[in-house]
Design a protein around this ligand. Structure first.
Ligand code: NAP
Length: 317
């Protein structure tokens, strides 16, 4: 019989790591399960400007490394596994992963969200071959090249600015003629001489070319949404030229595992203000839940509340 933990936290982004920290400090036996690297979206964010107390210029991965260390300091155990099914009803909850089965009396779901695809023709063929969703991971591949960024929110504009440190030039392709990003971020972007904007435009198609046997993205076809006009952007002729397309158009929730079990709205898990889902002993925290502001600070707060609610629930059992 495997160990029955007090709490299992699913996901090691800011919400999950904060939940682990608070559960660990409450002396609950706690396991955090994460399928990939810690940090979720923050692991692929170059600069966090608005987390209170964050050191200026410090990166997302660095913040996450400190959060992980802090949670582990309080005795939280870790498992690296992809959970494939869950049984959440009853006093003991079971999570079945690719590597094993895990049980706990309370579960905190902090599975976050993943980047939305750009939605253009042939996109799937060129992910990792010109298309990326992570500037921190892939910026260096486009050193001195031409980079296009899709989106108009905080992520698109901040990541585009980061990409200007590597690329020859960065162009933001936005479907409207004004940005959604915070005004302070916009002000910096409009001053950046290596950054320009293609307004009222979407990416229609991406294509390979002759040079690499069609393997690498060499053409981006964009469409003006007002006129319908199509324009082709080509990889330059020089051997050193590169062409990159980064998508930052929001996120989809990682909630399919809980469909039919937990109450949801547009794929996001519904909770009350104390992170309770509709199943006793099951909590949701961070970007996965229905909420008005998805930020590191609100994710961490959710995680803390969920862990303390789990502690009350277990001590009243
Ligand atoms: P977002 O705020 O939802 O912005 C998504 C952008 O992509 C919007 O400009 C949207 O256009 C565009 N878009 C959406 N679907 C599209 C499609 N199918 N085709 C073309 N464009 C599309 O997403 P985000 O920038 O990833 O930010 C997510 C959350 O994290 C937000 O709450 C944001 O404030 C937060 N965040 C904060 C920071 C920070 O404070 N430093 C950094 C990153 C993210 P429209 O404008 O026309 O809708």
């Amino acid at each position: 019989m495997s160990k029955i933990y007090d709490v299992i936290v699913l996901g090691a982004g800011p919400a999950g790591l904060a939940a682990g920290l608070y559960a660990g400090r409450s002396r609950l036996s706690t396991l955090i399960i994460e399928k990939a690297q810690d940090g979720g979206q923050i692991a692929i964010t170059n600069e966090i400007e608005n987390y209170p107390g964050q050191v200026e210029g410090d990166s997302g991965p660095s913040l996450i490394a400190r959060m992980t260390k802090q949670a582990e300091h309080f005795g939280v155990e870790r498992a690296s596994d992809l959970i494939k099914s869950v049984k959440l009803e009853g006093d003991v909850k079971t999570l079945v992963g690719a590597k094993g089965e895990y049980q706990a009396r309370a579960v905190i779901i902090a599975t976050g969200a993943f980047p939305k695809p750009i939605g253009c023709k042939n996109e799937g063929e060129f992910v990792g071959k010109g298309i990326s969703f992570c500037a921190t991971c892939d910026a260096s591949f486009f050193e001195g090249g031409d980079v296009y960024v899709v989106g108009g929110g905080d992520s698109a504009v901040e990541e585009a600015m980061y990409l200007t440190k590597f690329a020859k030039h960065v162009t933001i392709i936005h479907r409207r003629n004004e940005l959604r990003a915070a005004k302070s971020i916009q002000e910096k972007a409009f001053k950046n001489e290596k950054l320009s904007f293609m307004w009222d435009t979407v990416v229609d198609e991406v294509k390979g070319g002759d040079a690499f046997g069609g393997e690498i993205m060499e053409h981006i076809i964009v469409k003006n949404v007002k006129t319908g006009e199509l324009t082709q952007i080509d990889l330059g002729d020089d051997d050193e030229d590169t062409l990159g397309l980064f998508g930052f158009i929001g996120y989809n929730p990682n909630s399919s595992l809980f469909e039919g079990m937990l109450d949801m709205e547009n794929g996001y898990i519904k909770t009350d203000e104390n992170m309770h889902t509709n199943i006793e002993g099951v909590y949701a925290a961070g970007d996965i839940r229905v909420k008005s502001l998805r930020q590191v600070v609100t994710a961490a707060a959710d995680g803390a509340i969920a862990a303390m609610q789990a502690e009350h629930y277990l001590s009243n059992k």
